[in-house]
Write a protein that binds this ligand. Structure first.
Ligand code: CO
Length: 278
């Protein structure tokens, strides 16, 4: 049986913005063009070789009700939280942080010059798990398997599994998500099933591709429509993220770093944070 390839439903160009202490970044999900893509609440792309764009980092700030996924392509980030957890995310590594009922953390570049590049994705948690105990899943570049396919296509599997059986190190996901980092030489083609019930996007950060005939160039996010697979052709040497997740279909009440189901729960989060109950 042939796969039904998902068309491109919408192409989103990121919005330039700054967050933390003046970190310049491009927001693909979580901005006006695409406020959310259930279960994804935010996708930021940060990349700069100018220290003024990143050196301020993200000083201590809280989160509640979802997970932050930091995947670093270049540079190093030092992470620390109010529960005493600390560590460094190295280039090629991922930190999958489940904020659950609450974490106050800082994310600071561990370098004074050179290229810093990576992504932060926010994955929503269902109501039943929003107040779970915080936890981390952290993996270095060596722990992230690399699958090689015909035409020189390379797939780094951060989370989920490919049809060829390559399994990412991030497991025990509350909200089922697949997170692939795919390198496509010019002229190559990549095809992979993406379960019908999932929402999915492709974010191209190098090169120029066609998805079901539609052009998607660098720094563009393609929101995928209905179907059970994705087909991508590279017109130039390209690199992209293919991310899919099962939608939660729950009300989303958002207040800055807190994402709950109701406004009352967001107010409670602010109150708990102010009164030191994180
Ligand atoms: Co944070």
């Amino acid at each position: 049986m042939n796969n039904q390839l998902r068309p491109v439903q919408q192409v989103v160009r990121g919005q330039e913005t700054a967050d933390g202490d003046g970190v310049r970044l491009t927001r693909l999900i979580g901005g006006p063009a695409l406020p959310q893509l259930d279960p994804f609440l935010l996708l930021d792309d940060f990349r700069s070789d100018d220290p003024d764009d990143y050196i301020g980092g993200f000083p201590p700030h809280p989160h509640r009700g979802f997970e932050t996924v930091t995947y670093l392509l270049h540079g190093r980030m030092r992470h620390g939280d109010n529960a005493g957890h600390s560590g460094i995310i190295e280039h090629g590594g991922v930190q999958w942080m489940t904020a659950g009922r609450g974490i106050v953390h800082s994310e600071m570049p561990e370098q004074e010059d050179g290229l810093l590049a990576g992504f932060q994705l926010w994955v929503n948690l269902p109501a039943a798990h929003k107040m779970m105990a915080p936890r981390y899943q952290e993996f270095g570049v060596q722990a992230i398997p690399l699958e090689t396919r015909e035409g020189g296509v390379q797939v780094r599997v951060v989370a989920g599994a490919t049809t060829a059986g390559t399994q990412g190190p991030v497991r025990e996901l509350i909200t089922p998500v697949s997170y692939f980092d795919i390198t496509l030489p010019a002229g190559s083609r990549f095809e992979e099933p993406v379960a019908t019930e999932r929402n999915a996007f492709v974010y191209v950060f190098e090169g120029d591709v066609r998805i079901n005939g539609r052009r998607v160039d660098a720094y563009s996010l393609a929101l995928l429509g209905a179907g059970d697979a994705v087909g991508i052709e590279a017109k130039a040497d390209s690199r992209l993220l293919l991310v899919s997740g099962e939608p939660l279909r729950e009300p989303v009440a958002r207040g800055g770093p807190f994402v709950m189901n109701t406004e009352a729960e967001v107010r409670q989060a602010y109150n708990d944070y102010r009164t030191g109950r994180f």
